[in-house]
Design a protein around this ligand. Structure first.
Ligand code: NAD
Length: 506
């Protein structure tokens, strides 16, 4: 494909494959079986990980339950918990390069984005540390002279944490420090495709002094490990990030014991581009939003809804910018878009594009696999598809690749209707210089996050999550922290003024 910006393979000595083991009750444990991860960009084995079974998951939950009940973490002070979390943040920063290299090799994402993900995660740990110290309930001092009511916040208990492959270290850090800050103990299962950064996190936790058994890690697949994590009677809550299909399976599995379930699932996130927008900034943000993390991003702005008067000009701007985005070797610090996670997933992306073309859509740019000199062809071209109607699969389903879908609108009412015409509701955005337009859209968009004149900015203080089939519950921020807390009401009589219930004169 001509006129794209391709970064061919750079000289780099791949590190030895990372060897990942389970972490159970503070001990690193080998598995009877192992699984290998072949790098999507470099075609070499980059990690060899223990492959967990039901027995290993049982051991992990026994350890998590025992440490919760012993109170070695759940009953210590918030100050003591915060001290450990702050140490973890420092250790993350000291280990960015080592973690980032394996994250890139396992996932195919650019090294600059892996570094950003790992560095940024340290801030989540620091913010969670602040919550560990400031967590509090309520007091009720107006129930009457002889009564005092206190609402206590307590750790929910043992938490299963199940994470996906697209942001392994970041998503772990959206959950784990908040669960730990609340006083929970956990069992973590990373994706079988990207387990190494989670194992490295386990190493940092041990170094920071987290008591044995508080965080246990079981490596392996959805079956059987994820299944045990959703059904085990010792589990009080499951927090899951991944596909909507697996989220539904987990909800069903967890219903047997009525566990609390928090879900961060897929999205089909629109950006609405109004005629009065700063089109230069909007085009840049749309380009970033669709190609960031190789488009394999729950927050990908995978569809844009552009006013028909400016659609041609706007698409031309995005196509021109797309040609300048640097695709290629993820280990090159200049690369912005790396490899697709598996060849099966690359085929799925292409199938969406070809089906849209067959249904009458127009490929403005890209639309096929990309071969990068020295690295093979598990890459996908920057792709812009216009003439898409709301009923096409490419407009409704998560493509999870570097593919932008263009739709048009005439009135704001129509733009809002198209925005909300989705089973998903993770995020949405609008570009306009008119504050009234931005506010009306923000109030009416069915999404967990709305961005106006920006895309994908996030902060540890702000809750994140979705509505409709994008999930349930919230992550990060105070609301995310509260998910890991149970509420207990304490009712105390002051003095002995209560009239007896049993009549003494009978
Ligand atoms: P996935 O659902 O295939 O797998 C996620 C995790 O679930 C993995 O660890 C996997 O081993 C495990 N798993 C699989 N089957 C299971 C089962 N039956 N029981 C328990 N666990 C099981 O998702 P993925 O392909 O790794 O990730 C991509 C998906 O994640 C996309 O849909 C994306 O939108 C979503 N995602 C959402 C967010 C968000 O915050 N909303 C963030 C990132 C990714």
């Amino acid at each position: 494909m001509k006129d794209l910006t391709i970064n061919t393979a750079i000289e780099f000595d791949l590190p030895a494959p990372f060897v990942g083991r389970h972490l159970i009750a503070g001990e690193w444990v080998d598995g009877a079986e192992t699984s290998e991860r072949v790098s999507p960009s470099h075609g070499a084995v980059v990690s060899v990980s223990a492959k967990g079974d039901e027995a290993m998951a049982e051991r992990a939950f026994a350890a998590a339950r025992a440490s919760f009940d012993a109170g070695v973490w759940s009953r210590i002070s918030g100050k003591e918990r915060a001290t450990v979390l702050l140490k973890v943040a420092d250790l993350i920063e000291a280990n960015v390069e080592r973690i980032a290299i394996y994250e890139t090799l396992e996932s195919g994402k650019p090294i600059s984005q892996s570094r950003g993900e790992v560095e940024g995660a340290a801030d989540l740990w620091r913010y969670a540390a602040s919550l560990a110290r400031t967590s509090h309930g309520d007091s009720h001092n107006s129930l009457g002279e002889d009564m005092l009511g206190v609402v206590l916040k307590e750790p929910i208990g043992v938490v299963s944490i199940i994470t996906p492959w697209n942001f392994p270290f970041w998503i772990l850090s959206q959950k784990l420090p908040f669960a730990l800050a609340a006083g929970c103990t956990v069992v973590v299962k990373p994706s079988e495709m990207t387990p190494s950064s989670t194992v490295m996190m386990g190493e940092l936790l041990m170094e920071a002094g987290l008591p044995a058994g508080v965080c246990n890690i079981v490596l392996g697949f959805g079956q059987p490990v994820g299944q045990v994590m959703s059904t085990h009677p010792d589990v009080d809550m499951v927090t899951f990030t991944g596909s909507t299909a697996v989220g539904k399976m987990i909800t069903q599995a967890a219903s047997g014991t009525l566990k609390k379930v928090a879900l961060e699932l897929g999205g089909k996130n629109p950006q609405v581009i109004c005629p009065d927008a700063d089109l230069e900034s909007a085009a840049d943000a749309v380009t970033f939003g669709v190609y960031f993390n190789v488009g394999q991003c729950c927050n990908s702005s995978s569809r844009i809804i552009v006013h028909e008067d400016i659609a041609e000009d706007f698409v031309a701007r995005v196509v021109a910018l797309s040609r300048k985005v640097r695709f290629g070797d993820p280990l090159d610090p200049e690369t912005q878009v790396g490899a697709i996670v598996t060849s099966e997933h690359a085929a799925k992306i292409d199938a969406y594009v070809q089906a849209a073309v067959a249904a009458g859509a127009t490929v403005e740019l890209g639309g096929g696999a990309l071969s990068v000199d020295g690295l093979g062809d598990q890459f996908y071209q920057p792709t812009v598809v216009s003439g898409v109607s709301a009923d096409m699969a490419i407009a409704r389903e998560e493509v999870f690749g570097p593919v932008l879908v263009v739709m048009t609108y005439r009135t704001l009412e129509e733009a809002i209707a198209l925005t909300n015409d989705s089973e998903y509701g993770l995020s949405a955005g609008i570009w306009s210089e008119d504050i009234h337009t931005c506010l009306e859209f923000s109030r009416r968009a069915a999404a967990g996050t709305v961005w106006t004149n920006t895309w994908m900015d996030g902060y540890p203080e702000l809750a994140f999550g979705g509505v409709k089939q994008s999930g349930q519950g919230r992550e990060i921020g105070r609301y995310g922290f509260e998910e890991f807390l149970e509420v207990k009401s304490l009712v105390m009589r002051v003095g002995r003024s209560r009239a007896p219930w049993v009549k003494q004169d009978v």
